[in-house]
Design a protein around this ligand. Sequence first.
Ligand SMILES: [Zn+2]
Length: 416
Amino acid sequence: MYFDDREHDSAVSVKVSRPTRINGAPYAPPGVGLSRTCRRVDAMGQFLVSRSKPPPWSAAVPLAVSAVVVALQSWPADARAETHEVTQFTVPSGTPDENMQAAGKFAHELDPNVEISYWDSQTGALSVSRVDAAGTRCILRLSPTTREALKPLGRFLDGRLEARAQAMFAVAHEVGHCKMRDAFLSRPDGRAADTSVFPWLAQEAAADVYGILSTERALGEQVPVRQAVIVSRMLTASMYGDYVHATGHYVSEALELCRRNRSDADAVKCAITTAYFTVGSLVNDEQGAAYAVDSAPQMFYELGRHHIEEKMRVYDDIAQYKAHFSGADLSRFAFNEVSHSGDSRYITVATHQQADTTYRLADFYGFKTGEVATDDERNVTVLRIDGDDELDWLLTLGAVVHTEAGESLRKGDAER
Ligand SMILES: [Zn+2]
């Protein structure tokens, strides 16, 4: 979704009349934009981790990812050898405020198997889907407070939508990402495809539509969810130059293709329709606008559908997909194994800068972190990767891990 952990510039006031471009360049407030690292983080918050259950990442293999974070920093990972744990290894947890609790409950209504955890260290929200023997599983990470979870979209939703409805929308948006991924991975014909072929803007528009329709079904259509979201997306896009989340126009048009919202299945169907519609609109622009902008939305939908069908790789089944798919989220990082003991590997993120990004990265994707003491008596923050499934998850996220023995583990090596 769309929130992320950018600092808010509270001094910037909102004016609907603000030009979206200045001298042809996207307008963005100082400090916003260029310094951001790649981000597909939605912004809503963190998850609900049910601490009484084993963490979801203990037993599964991953899939698609909607997020990437990272302010990179570094760590000279030359620690080696005789290591032992000096702290507990944990995954993040936080306590949600009332609205986020309600939103978490709502997420469970939309997807009874959703795993949620609330994450204190960053603002925003994200979802990932993992595939295991039982199918795909939706994992959400949400900031525990509504205000943090909805940054930066919340500032534009305020006054248009009550805080609880905002939180519900944000969480439903994340569930929407999962539902769309699942719809393609668990096709009725038993085959599997990955939605990463859709441009991110199309995925965002789809998730927005699912979030809007789900929230409207829960609260009633008299609550102005769609108007608030559409306008707020337009405002954030122009205010921050954030075109990846500039879904307002597409959502507004695509909703005309979806007359029915009686069930979750209707919302999923509409989300997918929206994704195709958005792709068709983008393709039409690239082709010099063969269709006029006021053409029937159905034409853009058909164009998008055709375009995606040509590009999308369809796997025979989910097992084949799992064996072959890996993303690129973590491919920019170097991972070094500090130590390997039994089933557990202790891994750091190495970069050439000063600070250690291991914790933030792990936090983001739900790996357990803690400290180990090395033989040269330094304490090092590491991820602990327990077992082959978890290693496969890390590698599926695109990581390459350099082991103590000098091997490079990459996707494929962890398969049994
Ligand atoms: Zn999103």
